[in-house]
Design a binder for this molecule. Structure first.
Ligand code: ADP
Length: 308
């Protein structure tokens, strides 16, 4: 019996001269081989090897009585993980859709059965429908972004970008929301700084981070948009004085649909940071978050991009 390198890694105790059973200690593989030889036809089955799911396939060569057999093993761990991830994803989306759809239906029902509602109450119910449809719109928009980025169809268009100008655009995009909460957003970046990147993708990512910073920072707080060079990289930061992130949460916030507890009452899909991570990777960089976890000590999100 001969084993190629991956098979040797899989069956570490296998040696030349061993029978299949001696080499693998997996009786089901031996049964599969016996079955194929007896039938004179290929055979296959799924089984666990070293606790991992595998597909085993026996192919035969030669003529009856003098068959040689090739055993092909295919590790299914990644395939199973992907299947699970897809099922979780669908379950998460259904869950996210259910809440706004249910409340819109309830409100519509209330309004239908109570045609004499006073106009103030009507106004407030219609306002709820608007915010629920906004949540649905945000979810579908973010799902589309995620799908596009993950499919590889979104190709970054690199050009030389003035960093300070880009940060100013990002600051401007959240201006209304920030002043509504009396938050101060300041920029710390040299006006001369330029980086080769995709301006739109980077702008969307920074808007996303700043949006979170505004959301999680109480009124009167401050947020810094920062850029500094650490050759051969450019570091961009969105640093807030908000609620901060607990150490255990820091490990999970970039997962799709992950939302910290206080966030549940603040809306949001839990997709923003997953999209940001993909986008930054498309730009050849990396993203991470830092926070002491002390409420009020704030959170800092950093992006490192190749520079210049
Ligand atoms: P969401 O739509 O909930 O904002 P994100 O993917 O953008 O989804 O963020 C995931 C979670 O990370 C949030 O629910 C929140 O718990 C945490 N988070 C993100 N940014 C901040 C921040 N600046 N301060 C505190 N927590 C944050």
């Amino acid at each position: 019996m001969q084993l190629n390198q991956p098979a040797q890694a899989l069956f570490a105790s296998a040696a030349a001269g061993h029978t299949l059973l001696q080499a693998t200690h997996v009786p089901q593989l031996n049964d599969l081989l016996t079955q194929a030889l007896a039938a004179g036809a290929p055979a296959d089955r799924q089984l666990q090897i070293n606790g991992q799911p595998h597909h085993a396939y026996v192919a035969l060569a030669g003529t009856a009585g003098e068959y040689g057999a090739v055993l092909l093993m295919h590790d299914l761990t990644e395939l199973e993980r992907l299947g699970r991830a897809r099922r979780d994803f669908v379950a998460n989306i259904s869950h996210e859709l259910r809440t706004p759809i249910t409340s819109i239906r309830l409100i519509a029902d209330t309004m239908r059965h109570m045609p004499d509602l006073d106009s103030q109450r009507q106004h407030s119910l219609l306002g709820k429908i608007v915010s629920e449809t906004e949540a649905l719109g945000q979810l579908s928009g973010e799902l589309l972004d995620l799908a596009q980025i993950e499919s590889g169809r979104m190709l970054p268009k690199f050009e030389l970008v003035a960093v300070h100008d880009l940060l100013a655009i990002v600051q401007q995009r959240l201006h209304a929301q920030a002043s509504g909460k009396t938050l101060r957003i300041q920029i710390e970046a040299s006006p001369a700084l330029r980086v080769r990147t995709d301006p739109l993708l980077l702008e969307r990512t920074l808007v996303n981070l700043l949006h979170n910073a505004v959301k999680f920072t109480p009124a009167g707080g401050s947020i810094t948009l920062l850029a500094r060079v650490e050759e051969p990289q450019l570091v961009l930061g969105v640093i807030d004085s908000g609620s901060g992130i607990a150490p255990l949460e820091l490990l999970r916030i970039f997962e799709r649909f992950y939302r910290g507890d206080p966030a549940r009452s603040k809306g949001g899909t839990g997709l923003g940071l997953a999209i940001a991570k993909h986008a930054v990777e498309l730009l050849g960089g990396k993203i991470w978050a830092e926070s002491s976890g002390v409420p009020g000590a704030g959170a800092a999100f950093y992006i490192k991009l190749p520079f210049p």
